[in-house]
Structures are given as C-alpha cells and as structure tokens.
Design a protein around this ligand. Structure first.
Ligand code: NI
Ligand code: MN
Length: 225
C-alpha cells in the first residue's frame, strides 16, 4: 500500500493497481500548487464529509476519471445528481471493494455542503487492504468510539488530524493513537490556513516522548506500508 499526501486532508492511496483519492482539496490550496489535479489517478474517491476543504476538486476529478464516490448517503446522492457514480454507506457498515474491505466509522464533527445543504453525518474510514490496514480519521474530535476500531482491525497506520481548532490537536491525537492501538501516525489537516498552523518539531517530539512515531509528509511525498 502506497500513501501520498496531497496537502490538507487530501490523500492518494494505491493498493496494487487500484487508485483511491481521499478528500481532494488541492486546486485552491496554495501550499499544493505543484500538484496538478488533471494528472491524478482515481478509481475511487472517498469523502469523509461535505465541507469545502474536503470536496472542492471532486467534481473535476470524478468527471475526468469516472471514479466512484464512496461516502455517506447524502454526499453520494449529491454527486449522483451531477451524474457521478457513487457507493453510499453509513456508519458501522462495511463493504468489500476490489482494494479491500472498507468500513465507514464515526467522527465527531459537522458536515454541511458549501451552500449550507445538509451533508449527512461526518465519518472516517478503516481500510483493510491485502496486507495492511489503515484508519483515516477524517475531521474529528477525540472520541471513545475510536476504541471500537482495534476490536475489529489491527492497524498498521492511523491517519489523524493534528491541526487543532477544527479537529483534534496533537495531544488528543496521541490519546487517539492509544485508543486505536496504533503507534504509527501520519498527521494531516494542519498548516493549510492560520487556524491550524502547528510547530512540526514540537508535535513530533510530543509523540516521540510517548514512544510513538508521528510522520509529517511533504505535499506530494509518499510512504510505503
Ligand atoms: Ni470539516
Ligand atoms: Mn476540514
């Protein structure tokens, strides 16, 4: 499994030959100006919630690639009305896709579309790939629901928001990593705008002091699991 960071909460995940994009918000992110959405591959687009900083580039990418949107019922319906194919899910449900088993899990946040329309309840995803399992928390507060995840899945990586203000900050992300029983964390949802700027070295040190590994990728950089 190869994971590429496209800035903010945008990820590319490659499992064998299948390309998954998560929460594409790239074209309006000045920190990601070197990423061209016209060249991104996508067979599936996973959306955690309907906020603009998670769905901005969905229409352009999905119409070019014919990617299938996977999200909650309300978000999938929204994109189906634009002629984009989708697979609706809701919290607690799992489905076997060609890239592995995907579960839509609880996140504590809000989820309205940019025009104020209801975007369903926000979520996160657990992907059980062929050999590796990951948790993509989405925008969320720390929540006890995270403790349910390791009852089903032994994680190899937890992707957690660390920018604070709109989501968990570093200290709660450390507790989240205990809850999901995964000491290897990729941080996301930080630095994009003023409210969520963080001190990278301090964040990494706080994880290190708890014998945990916080990885922060450059935009466009990948890690291999
Ligand atoms: Ni949000
Ligand atoms: Mn967000």
């Amino acid at each position: 499994m190869k994971i590429t960071y496209y800035g903010h909460a945008s990820l590319g995940i490659q499992v064998n030959d299948v390309h998954i994009l998560v929460d594409p918000f790239i074209s309006a992110n000045p920190k990601a100006s070197h990423i061209n959405i016209e060249t991104l591959k996508a067979d599936y687009i996973l959306l955690t919630h309907a906020h603009q900083d998670h769905i901005l580039d969905v229409e352009a990418i999905a119409k070019r690639t014919n990617a299938i949107i996977i999200s909650n019922f309300e978000i999938v319906s929204h994109f189906e009305n634009m002629g984009i194919e989708g697979h609706p899910m809701n919290h607690g449900g799992s489905w076997d896709f060609e890239f592995g088993t995907l579960k839509y899990v609880v996140a504590i946040h809000t989820s309205s579309f940019p025009d104020g329309k209801y975007g369903g309840q926000p979520g996160g995803f657990v992907i059980e790939g062929e050999h590796k399992n990951i948790y993509i928390a989405g925008d969320t507060a720390l929540t006890f629901d995270m403790k349910l995840i390791p009852m089903h899945t032994k994680l190899d990586l937890a992707i957690l928001p660390i920018g604070d203000n709109f989501t968990m900050g570093t200290e709660d992300a450390i507790i989240a990593s205990d809850f999901v029983k995964c000491d290897k964390v990729l941080g996301y949802h930080f630095d994009t705008f003023g409210y969520i700027e963080i001190d990278h070295e301090e964040a990494k040190r706080k994880f290190f002091e708890k014998n945990k590994d916080l990885m922060l990728l450059e935009i466009g950089e990948s890690l291999e699991l």
